[in-house]
Design a protein around this ligand. Structure first.
Ligand code: B12
Ligand code: SF4
Length: 441
């Protein structure tokens, strides 16, 4: 690898999604933006190229919508599936035009999200290399963290960094540029890290926000602990200041929380944030696409959620069945019922309360899922099916590997939840029947 010129400019890339289905449900590259903020504060000049930064082809509510899609050949390991594979985001020619206009950066930093989206990561890196063949490429993010060996072998980056990666990045950048930077604060404290530079995003109808990292629970199917071993919350005041800053500078009102455990210790965290915003007379509208814990919804919490205009509310539940050995550790019998009663008393309507139910788990019996769907309807909430993605390193992984019709260990492309890798076969009839039931038909 050749050292780069002394220009300390960095190119950060959020790659395309390659998948059978993808919807922009409050999705923004917040991890890459956090890294951008940190590197900017260390004196680097940042250019962000967001492959998903295309205006939606069909707009949904609150800035959500359909990504533009170009159909691509289905990857060989998935041949035969009755679904259309494609690339979501900006066109390849737009990506190339943007690269062609850029000066040579000192390094290219690429993020990654879902493990099974790695073909989009590899495609973006391969194209970027055509324009900057001498520039080192560093890959980080969720796929890089969960599947580091695969990423090292297949993604085409020079370096793969697991985890937050900010300090590791600095040390590699020092090697490439000769510029040694010592951050002002080396504690890694969430609150002293610079704000993510949201203004770098080309299309931003809402504020993506992280008020805490990690989760105090450890559900069998979830990667939260692998990505963030300890739960850590920001100071409520710092969160308030960040929200006011973005509202004042970008004029935004909608906020999407990316937290895994937003309602954990709500009395000293979320409620303090909401009270302070109310005290200052600031109006926001909130969304929890990543789900909140039902067990933390007391009547007081429910009233604050209503008063503060939580417009997209999703509860993470998995299944309402008490007969099955439960895979998650976050909900005990009766807690969902209680939470829904509180939300209703606070004034939430059925359509406003989405309850995620996991579909496609290994050894899952449809009758159990159907019973869960009916139960959620009966409790006056809206069931939302979330397809299960097997993740290496989770407690459920060995069961998923044993149950799958694919060799899950051979290729992360098989982690794709929309192929239902742990069903004996893909069945539109089964998918449609469960979907209709969830829609109340
Ligand atoms: C928010 C979130 C979403 C959001 C959208 C997120 C987005 N940005 O687009 C929504 C709600 C839409 C979503 C949807 C889904 N999600 Co999700 N989601 C998350 C969540 C909670 C946080 C991701 C995030 O943005 N974190 C915030 C940023 C700050 O962190 P980060 O990206 O990791 O970045 C840090 C580091 O990785 C690193 N880093 C990042 N980039 C780079 C680059 C370099 C060069 C370096 C050095 C470092 C670096 O630095 C950052 C700062 O610390 C994760 C779980 C988790 N705790 O991470 C699950 C997670 C990623 N989701 C998951 C799943 C399963 C899904 C769904 C499939 C669920 C479903 N069945 O519907 C869908 C799929 C979406 C789709 N098809 O479009 C899985 C991953 C599965 C997989 N195989 O990879 C996770 C891990 C949760 C889990 N169950 O374990 N998700
Ligand atoms: S409660 Fe949610 S975020 Fe926490 S471990 Fe379980 S599924 Fe993951």
């Amino acid at each position: 690898m050749m050292p780069s010129p002394s220009n300390p400019s960095l190119l950060l890339i959020n790659p395309w999604i390659y998948d059978f289905a993808a919807y922009d449900f409050f999705a923004r590259p917040l991890g890459l933006l956090h890294l951008a903020g940190f590197l900017e504060s260390c004196g680097f000049e940042i250019t962000l190229l967001d492959c998903l930064g295309a205006p939606a082809v069909r707009s949904g509510a609150f800035g959500t919508g359909r990504f533009p899609k170009v159909i691509l050949p289905t990857p060989p390991p998935l041949h035969g599936l009755p679904r259309r594979y494609g690339r979501y985001g900006i066109s390849e020619s737009e990506f190339r035009n943007r690269l062609a206009r850029l000066p040579e950066p000192a390094a290219i930093l690429v993020t990654s999200l879902m493990t099974y989206w790695y073909p989009g990561v590899a495609a973006a890196i391969a194209i970027a290399r055509q324009y900057f063949p001498r520039t080192p490429v560093i890959l980080g993010g969720i796929y890089a963290t969960l599947c580091p060996d695969h990423a090292r072998g297949q993604a085409g980056a020079d370096i793969v960094i697991q985890g937050h990666g900010d300090k590791a990045c600095l040390s590699y950048l020092a090697d490439f540029t000769g510029i040694k930077v010592k951050p002002d604060d080396e504690s890694g404290d969430f609150d002293v890290l610079p704000r993510p530079p949201l203004h770098l995003l080309p299309h931003l109808p809402f504020i993506p926000l992280l008020t805490s990292r990690g989760c105090p629970f450890q559900c069998d199917y979830c990667a939260s602990r692998l990505l963030q071993p300890r739960f850590a919350a920001r100071r409520p005041q710092a969160v308030v200041e960040e929200l006011l800053h973005w509202q004042d500078s970008l004029g935004l009102m909608d906020v999407a929380f990316y937290d895994d455990a937003l309602l954990y210790q709500a009395d000293s965290h979320l409620l303090v944030i909401l009270e302070e915003l109310a005290r200052r007379g600031r109006n926001f509208r909130f969304h929890t696409p990543n789900a909140v814990h039902a067990r933390f919804i007391t009547l007081e919490v429910a009233r604050w959620l209503k008063r503060s205009r939580f417009a997209t509310l999703r509860l993470g539940v998995e299944t309402t069945s008490t007969g099955l050995a439960r895979l998650d550790r976050k909900l005990a019998a009766g807690e969902l019922e209680e939470a829904l009663a509180h939300l209703k008393e606070a004034g939430f309507a059925k359509r406003e309360i989405g309850v995620y139910l996991l579909e496609g788990l290994p050894e899952q019996d449809d009758r159990d899922l159907e019973a869960s769907i009916r139960r959620v309807h009966a409790l006056g909430a809206t069931p939302v099916l979330a397809q299960y993605s097997p993740i290496p390193g989770t407690a459920l992984w060995p069961t998923a590997v044993a149950a799958s019709r694919y060799n899950l260990e051979a290729d992360p492309i098989f982690h794709n939840p929309s192929i239902f890798p742990c069903w004996p076969e893909f069945s539109w009839e089964r998918v449609t029947r469960l979907k209709r039931l969830a829609q109340g038909e």
